[in-house]
Structures are given as structure tokens and as C-alpha cells.
Write a protein that binds this ligand. Structure first.
Ligand SMILES: Nc1ncnc2c1ncn2[C@@H]1O[C@H](COP(=O)(O)OP(=O)(O)OP(=O)(O)O)[C@@H](O)[C@H]1O
Length: 263
């Protein structure tokens, strides 16, 4: 269980996150959704203490996150930023191996078990044949999958992802989200992910946190929380939400506001 209580954050003199509280339970996939600039990435970064937090606290199973040492934290919590970077020389195999560092002994490297996990992580994202390729020579989508393999190889119980399906084609968007779903459903991991696509959210998330202007507008189980009313309140958008073959679908209407923005 990871919990944020009254989290506030600012960049310089500009506050961007206001008293945000949310609880994320084991085995559940939570999507953070909201318009551009509403504070989704900042929320994840505030959980990681990567931005100046001006109030509130984050706990892992009741323990303040700031009191957990870095190596221990890396075994429990993995974070995939929006635009991940790595040095030019680094190969895909090295990137994935790096992810396991928190488990290695002081003078030892990866164990046989670690290596099996790395191979599996590469296989899951469809890059098993490319371990010797430099990461920066992969295509945008392949690079994104490489960083997802890195997160899988870290094997932490809680995973924070900032737009993990950015740059991916539609097939890999669904494949990746299926994989992320398996992490929660089959392996009991807690996943919190920023998503822009409400249909991916409806298809894969258990819970949703809907944000606007640095605050949570609605939060809860996805089926009850994503409604035409909350979509309107968060995105200023008229949308129909309907069920098709047991699945919820969100279809925005090309209303006057969209036309004004498009003009
Ligand atoms: N490093 C920074 N310095 C100053 N302001 C920042 C910085 N990073 C983000 N901001 C501002 O903070 C606000 C929240 O940004 P954030 O990136 O958290 O939004 P977001 O919801 O993740 O947006 P998007 O959907 O566009 O990725 C925005 O107004 C943004 O311009």
C-alpha cells in the first residue's frame, strides 16, 4: 500500500499541486488522468521526492518514504519518467542489467536468476534479439519498450509510470497495457500510471484519479468514476460513455469547444 496525504508541491514560487491525497492498494492498477499541465507528472515526482514538496507526506505500508534508504526503496518502488534517457554507449542488455543493481551484493553482479529475469523482461516487450543494440539506436517505440523492460527487470512491488505507452503503435499500446495489467492481477504489484487515453484507462485500469489544476476532482473504481459528468468537469469536454460487449468506451463529441481549439 502506498499512500499520499495532503501532498503539495511548487516550482519556485508557483504552486502546482494542492493538498493531494490518495491511497493505492496492492494488486491494483490506477490511472492518473487529466488535461495537459494539470499536475499528473508532478504528482508522481512528488511521490518520489524529485520535486520540491511543500507539504504532506508519502508512506509505503505506513513507513515514511523519506526514511527508506535508496537501495531498499529501489527494491520496493520503480519509476519510469515521461522521457527516459540513457548514455549513448549503453546497450539494451546493459540497461536492463542496470535495473537489478539494488539486488546485487556489494562485489557481485547479477545472479543466474537475475539473468533469467532480464531475458524474460526483454522477451515480454518483444526485444529479446536486440540485447547488444545501443538503446539510442532503437526506434522511439522500441526505446519506450526498452525502458519498460528495465522497469520489469527492477522487479519492484510498486511501479510508477509516466505515460508508458507514449510513442507506441496501437498494438503495442494494448500489449503493453495488458502486460502492466498482468503485473497487478497475476503478480500483486501496485501500478500507478499516467495515461492520456481514456479508452485505455477504461479498458485496463481498476481505479482512476482524475485531476485538474493540481487538484483531484474525482477518484475511485474506474467504472463508477469515469462518467460524462466527471469527463466534463475535468476536460471541459462533452463525451458519451457507453458499454459495448461488456467494455466501456468513451467517445468525445466534436462540440463547440473542440472546434474553437482546432481553429
Ligand atoms: N520543471 C518545471 N519548472 C517549472 N514549472 C514546471 C516544471 N515542470 C512542470 N511545470 C509546470 O507545472 C504544471 C504541472 O506540470 P505537469 O508536468 O505535472 O503536468 P501534467 O499533467 O503531467 O502535463 P502533461 O499531460 O502535459 O504531461 C504545469 O503548469 C507545468 O508547466
Amino acid at each position: 500500500m502506498i499512500e499520499a496525504r495532503g501532498l503539495s508541491a511548487a516550482y519556485g514560487d508557483t504552486p502546482v499541486l494542492f493538498d493531494v491525497s490518495a491511497r493505492f492498494s496492492a494488486g491494483r492498477l490506477t490511472a492518473l488522468v487529466g488535461p495537459n499541465g494539470c499536475g499528473k507528472s508532478t504528482f508522481l515526482k512528488a511521490i518520489m521526492n524529485f520535486v520540491p514538496v511543500s507539504g504532506g507526506a508519502v508512506t509505503l505500508d505506513g513507513e515514511p518514504i523519506l526514511k527508506i534508504g535508496r537501495r531498499k526503496l529501489a527494491r520496493r518502488l520503480a519509476y519510469l519518467p515521461q522521457e527516459s534517457q540513457c548514455p549513448d554507449y549503453m546497450t539494451l542488455g546493459e540497461l536492463v542489467e542496470l535495473a537489478g543493481y539494488s539486488r546485487y551484493s556489494l562485489f557481485g553482479g547479477p545472479t543466474e536468476g537475475d539473468r533469467e529475469l532480464f531475458q524474460k523482461a526483454l522477451g515480454v516487450v518483444g526485444l529479446e534479439g536486440l540485447a547488444h543494440r545501443q538503446v539510442n539506436r532503437l526506434s522511439g517505440g522500441q526505446r519506450q519498450r526498452a525502458f519498460i523492460a528495465m522497469i520489469l527487470a527492477q522487479d519492484a512491488g510498486i511501479v510508477l509510470m509516466d505515460e508508458p505507452v507514449n510513442h507506441l503503435d496501437m498494438t503495442y499500446q494494448y500489449a503493453t497495457m495488458s502486460l502492466v495489467k498482468d503485473l497487478t492481477r497475476d503478480h500483486g504489484k501496485t501500478v500507478i500510471t499516467v495515461l492520456h487515453d481514456l479508452n485505455l484507462t477504461l479498458a485496463f485500469a481498476d481505479d482512476v484519479v482524475m485531476m485538474r489544476e493540481g487538484r483531484i476532482v474525482a477518484a475511485g473504481p474506474v467504472r463508477e468514476t469515469v462518467t460524462p459528468e466527471t469527463v466534463g468537469a475535468v476536460f471541459d469536454l462533452d463525451a458519451d460513455i457507453f458499454e459495448r460487449d461488456g467494455r466501456l468506451v468513451c467517445l468525445p463529441r466534436m462540440d463547440a469547444r473542440c472546434r474553437t481549439l482546432a481553429a
